[in-house]
Design a binder for this molecule. Structure first.
Ligand code: C2E
Ligand code: CA
Ligand code: CA
Ligand code: CA
Length: 279
């Protein structure tokens, strides 16, 4: 048994080493990707589910990897956060979203508000608001045209700095959405602290909302609480008509999901934006 144990341990060790090598390789590639501009944004519509009208877009990062094709953030965001590369990645996201907004506007296709996802680590950078302001100025992005999405756990550490940064971003006209609402810790304390414009109900509550009374009760409770605090609510990950209808029946008509629009490249999306009419 001892022998076997040792053998297992050494297999495990090899696995660990292989893993570590893979991660170092990925880190090297991600650094290069940032230099070579291999990252790009796809966009997914936020929709009024009662009418199907598009209200805005969420920017979702992708990596056009030279060998492995188009990679979703699940392959590299965590590594970017662990290695600090998330900061450079984050700047590129802000820059790309502002530049794209300007291009769309120049083409007469206003997409509505664009929401970008920010990482916790970006909220320790005192320079964040200035750099956002600079990108907005250079690209002619007006207050209200940009929103930020944060997951609930984002501000857990060093809350004072994060809140200061958030206040300065608000002063620039950026509205705040709390992402993945209901899945993290301290949801309610965070609503009080952050006073977001919007909360996004996580897909975990949407998946079975048409078949489960408990999910409906939870969504209803979130809607009631949000209404009392004048916070908008949007449901994420809506994939079926039944989910859409159940949510609309509860009063949650702002929705996002594959049912309406998959995250898509700019080229594909631009044609669909033509149908979008400014409010
Ligand atoms: P998220 O912000 O919660 O984004 C929603 C995710 O759900 C996206 O995955 C989107 O493609 C996916 N999704 C949208 N509709 C549906 C649906 O109907 N069904 C299902 N099953 N999934 C749907 P994606 O693009 O892979 O992004 C994953 C996560 O990566 C995001 O979750 C966000 O936390 C992070 N992320 C994406 N872009 C950025 C970025 O620019 N910066 C940072 N820091 N994080 C990002
Ligand atoms: Ca998001
Ligand atoms: Ca989310
Ligand atoms: Ca998420």
């Amino acid at each position: 048994a001892k022998q076997l144990g040792r053998a297992r341990y050494s297999f495990f060790q090899q696995d660990m080493d292989a893993n570590a090598v893979q991660r170092m390789e990925l880190e090297r590639e991600l650094k290069l990707a940032l230099e070579r501009d291999e990252l790009l944004l796809h966009y997914q519509a936020l929709v009024d589910a009662r009418t199907g009208e598009w209200r805005g877009l969420e920017a979702l990062i992708r990596w056009q990897h030279p060998q492995r094709g188009l990679l979703p953030p699940g392959h590299f965001i965590e590594l970017a956060e662990e290695t600090g590369l998330i900061l450079e990645l984050g700047w590129q996201v802000i820059e790309k979203a502002c530049a794209q907004l300007a291009r769309w506007k120049a083409a007469g296709r206003h997409p509505g508000q664009i929401a970008i996802n920010l990482s916790a680590l970006q909220f320790r950078e005192q320079g964040l608001p200035d750099r956002v302001a600079d990108a907005m100025r250079r690209h002619g992005v007006r207050p209200g045209e940009l929103a930020i999405e944060l997951t609930e756990s984002t501000l857990l550490r060093d809350t004072d700095t994060a809140l200061q940064i958030l206040t300065r971003l608000r002063d620039l006209g950026l509205s705040l959405s709390v992402d993945d609402f209901g899945t993290g810790y301290s949801s309610l304390a965070y609503l009080k602290l952050l006073r977001p414009a919007r909360l996004k109900i996580d897909r975990a509550f949407v998946r079975e909302v048409d078949t489960r009374a408990d999910d409906r009760a939870l969504v209803q409770a979130m809607l009631g609480m949000a209404a009392a605090l004048s916070i908008d609510v949007i449901a994420e990950g809506v994939e079926t008509d039944a989910q859409r209808d159940a949510l609309v029946a509860l009063g949650c008509w702002q929705q996002q999901g594959y049912l309406f629009c998959r995250p898509q490249a700019v080229d594909v999306l631009t044609d669909r934006l033509a149908a979008w009419t400014a409010p």
